[in-house]
Design a protein around this ligand. Structure first.
Ligand code: SF4
Length: 74
């Protein structure tokens, strides 16, 4: 993790959930994405993942491939 402010992450639902859910091996991101949809910091999480960028796992309700497409489209 870098020096950037990640305090918002403490308010994320994943802070109290199995972290492996958000880094599924071989696909299967659906359950993590469902959790993210109800997360109070989802928008901030997605902004962070696009800016950092986070190249692994589910962030802000998106997979790596979805974020790559969002970045290319921007
Ligand atoms: S949006 Fe998802 S990955 Fe981001 S903090 Fe919330 S639960 Fe965690």
């Amino acid at each position: 993790m870098t020096d950037i402010d990640m305090k918002w992450h403490e308010e994320g639902i994943c802070a109290t959930t199995d972290p492996d859910l958000f880094f599924p091996e071989g696909g299967g991101a659906g359950n993590a994405i469902k959790v993210c949809l109800g997360c109070p910091v989802r928008r901030r999480c997605l902004d962070h993942a696009l800016t950092a960028p986070e190249d692994h796992g589910v962030w802000g309700g998106t997979t790596r491939n979805q974020r790559r497409r969002m970045t290319k489209a921007a």
